[in-house]
Design a protein around this ligand. Structure first.
Ligand code: ASP
Length: 329
């Protein structure tokens, strides 16, 4: 048979039909519906507390997790005092503030933008990519043109203070991301709504003074964020290159599918990063990565490489900041 594209499509359809879908249980975690802790929202770092508050207002009224996570992270994106997300974000080494974000819902709809400039709410542009286009990711000028075409306002970024810091940095011009100094970094948020559906969002200006055009894990579905409505959700913060290397958030969700608790799943993913650092002859003390995870029962957890990472959890018992356990003691 000639290997035409049509034949290939036909053959793929036949082999897909042969996959034993019957083995995939509709409820792999065997969730007892009356015991589920919902709604619940969790997010990275201490700015997660205010972000959770915005998300909770939606969740508590029976709103959708997708709307909650978008509203939650938008709160941080709009805050000019947060120097690693949205409007207040630090620039790259060329003095340009480039933003990365993504969003994922309970149907595995996904949207993402990377290296987006001048727009305060990259997460909403990511949601528009998801809901208004046939694509899943737009980058750079294309992402900006798309946002402007939808009526997003072009904003001026970089406060005088941030500009001054960047100019100071230029004097030494060394590329050394410093871990955990100000508890800044990405906001990643995952939530389960009162209907038991999961969604997540992740948004950042990335590592300060990065090379222009650098994209981290945060807008990459599977790396900075992953949601599987049958299993759970996970999101990451820290050195994006190391999260991408292990497809981190997807890995955490798959580890939960295998029966690990959210904390165990995050821990195994962190240990894989550490092992790869060792194999590659790199010093693990120079990097930080933290994961947070939530399963379908409404259990949550976290793990990171070294001390200093915290995350905020809001459920019916209230909103609180928790310190993550870590590997390198
Ligand atoms: N993960 C982000 C990035 O690599 C930065 C961070 O969370 O600190 O761009």
């Amino acid at each position: 048979m000639k290997n035409t594209r049509r034949n290939f499509i036909k053959m793929s359809a036949l082999s897909a039909a042969a996959i034993p879908f019957a083995n995939i249980s509709a409820d792999p975690l065997q969730v007892n519906k009356s015991d589920v802790n919902k709604p619940i929202v969790l997010s990275t770092w201490n700015f997660g507390l205010v972000a959770n508050q915005s998300a909770w207002e939606i969740l508590n009224k029976g709103g959708r997790a997708l709307d909650a996570v978008e509203a939650g992270v938008k709160f941080v994106e709009a805050d000019p005092k947060q120097k690693s997300v949205g409007l207040g974000g630090r620039p790259d080494r060329d003095g340009r503030v480039t933003l990365d974000a993504c969003i994922m819902d309970e149907f595995s709809n996904i949207g993402s933008v990377a290296c987006l400039e001048h727009i305060v709410h990259p997460v909403s542009v990511a949601r528009d990519v998801m809901e208004k286009t046939q694509h899943v990711m737009l980058v750079g000028d294309g992402a900006l043109q798309f946002a402007l075409s939808l009526g997003y306002k072009r904003e001026k970024f970089m406060s005088d203070e941030t500009k001054k810091e960047w100019k100071e940095w230029l004097k030494n011009n060394s590329y050394k991301p410093v871990i955990n100094i100000e508890n800044h970094d990405t906001i990643g948020m995952i939530a389960m709504d009162a209907s038991g559906n999961l969604s997540g969002a992740c948004t950042t200006s990335g590592i300060a003074y990065k090379i222009h055009g650098r994209v981290g894990d945060s807008p990459i579905i599977g790396a900075g964020l992953y949601v599987d409505n049958e299993i759970g959700a996970a999101t990451a913060t820290g050195h994006g290159e190391e999260v991408i290397r292990i497809a981190g958030s997807h890995l955490v969700v798959e580890l939960m599918r295998q029966g690990n608790s959210p904390t165990q799943a995050c821990k195994i993913a962190v240990e894989r990063i550490i092992k790869l650092q060792e194999i590659r002859g790199k010093n693990v003390r120079n990097i930080q990565v933290g994961f947070i995870a939530l399963n379908k029962k409404g259990e949550c957890g976290s793990y990171c490489i070294q001390s200093g990472f915290n995350y905020a959890v809001y459920d019916k018992t209230g909103n609180r900041l928790l310190d993550s356990d870590f590997s390198v003691k």
